[in-house]
Design a protein around this ligand. Structure first.
Ligand code: AMP
Length: 114
């Protein structure tokens, strides 16, 4: 989609620090990391928010979580623990309106998230 920075990274028009990709998702390092490991797992399909998901997107969501799980192991944070975060809409802190799963690891996290 035009004017979507994550679509631009996925298409290669914009540079991203890509760490993994398959037919369904592209994963790249967050430009403003909030933890030693901070990777965004982004479906190739442009879906603006979680509110826009349909039952047909179920496999996309499962592939996204499975990619995050693999990356947590690859990055060496699986055993200590990691956090997966989806932000939905501005009130939850969503700033890029193309759904993405944050993989955060390499430090401890409090609850609730600050
Ligand atoms: P959210 O606030 O949940 O929408 O998350 C958007 C994330 O995208 C933020 O953590 C930003 O730091 C990150 N971000 C924005 N632009 C880029 C970019 N060009 N490359 C990598 N990460 C980005």
């Amino acid at each position: 989609m035009a004017d979507c920075i994550f679509c631009s990274i996925i298409s290669g028009d914009m540079k991203g620090d890509i760490v993994f990709e398959n037919d369904t998702v592209v994963a790249f390092r967050d430009i403003n990391p909030q933890a030693p490991v901070h990777i965004l797992v982004v479906p190739r399909k442009h879906i603006a928010t979680l509110n826009d998901l349909t039952p047909e997107d179920a496999s996309i969501i499962s592939e996204t979580v499975l990619a995050a799980k693999k990356l947590a192991a690859d990055e060496g944070v699986a055993e200590d623990g990691y956090r997966l975060v989806w932000n939905c809409n501005r009130g939850a802190g969503q700033t890029v309106f193309h759904i993405h799963l944050h993989l955060l690891g390499g430090r401890t996290f409090g609850w609730p998230p600050g």
